[in-house]
Design a protein around this ligand. Structure first.
Ligand SMILES: [Zn+2]
Length: 198
């Protein structure tokens, strides 16, 4: 779990699939839908991975698994497909929103502390680089506990965003050597073959 400082906005934390629950899934070989994990070797690369929030490379051992990206249970705790590395991969190790998501249209679906979708705060974000700022704004609103970012068309889970728990001091973006991803210009992989959660 990493964080990004967005001044003067709210500081947010980004995470993918929870590492402990991911380890349990890999250990048991059974996903959150009760299905057996069926690893395969990626031929072409470009699958959007939720274990490390990167795109896969040719030769990676992957699996498509049913996943509930919630720390709680209830009628709003949906289970849906994600793509993961079939073996431990080191998880998410970058600062802030992974750059590939800045160039993909995304659905921001916030949840309240009542564990329901906060319907009035759901928003679609265009691929214009504004996703970190939108997330910081949404997460600063009263009663919003967490926001799940999802693919617009398919609705598949992309990643989780939360407010940082500790107060943050003001930091100039111009000195943002700690946030290289925020302005990174990586090739858009959307033209490549993409999985169901692209
Ligand atoms: Zn991974």
């Amino acid at each position: 779990m990493q964080s990004i400082l967005l001044t003067p906005l709210t500081s947010i934390e980004i995470s993918g699939a929870d590492p402990a629950r991911l380890a349990e899934l890999r250990r048991t070989g059974v996903d959150h839908g009760g299905n057996p994990m069926e690893p395969f070797v990626d031929a072409g690369g470009g699958w959007p991975l939720r274990c490390c929030l990167a795109d896969s490379r040719p030769g990676d051992a992957l699996a498509i698994v049913a996943w509930a990206p919630f720390e709680w249970r209830g009628p709003y705790a949906e289970v849906g497909p994600i793509v993961i590395h079939a073996e431990p991969c080191g998880g998410f190790a970058s600062d802030g929103v992974p750059p590939q998501f800045l160039k993909r249209r995304q659905l921001v679906r916030p949840y309240g502390d009542d564990r329901r979708i906060a319907y009035d705060h759901v928003v679609i974000v265009d691929p214009d680089g504004s996703l970190p700022e939108v997330l910081a704004d949404v997460l600063s609103r009263d009663g919003i506990e967490v926001a799940l970012v999802r693919n617009v068309l398919a609705g598949c889970y992309s990643f989780t965003a939360r407010r940082r728990s500790e107060p943050s001091s003001s930091t100039s973006p111009a000195s943002g050597a700690e946030n290289p991803d925020h302005e990174a210009q990586e090739p858009d992989v959307s033209a490549r073959r993409a999985g169901p959660a692209a």
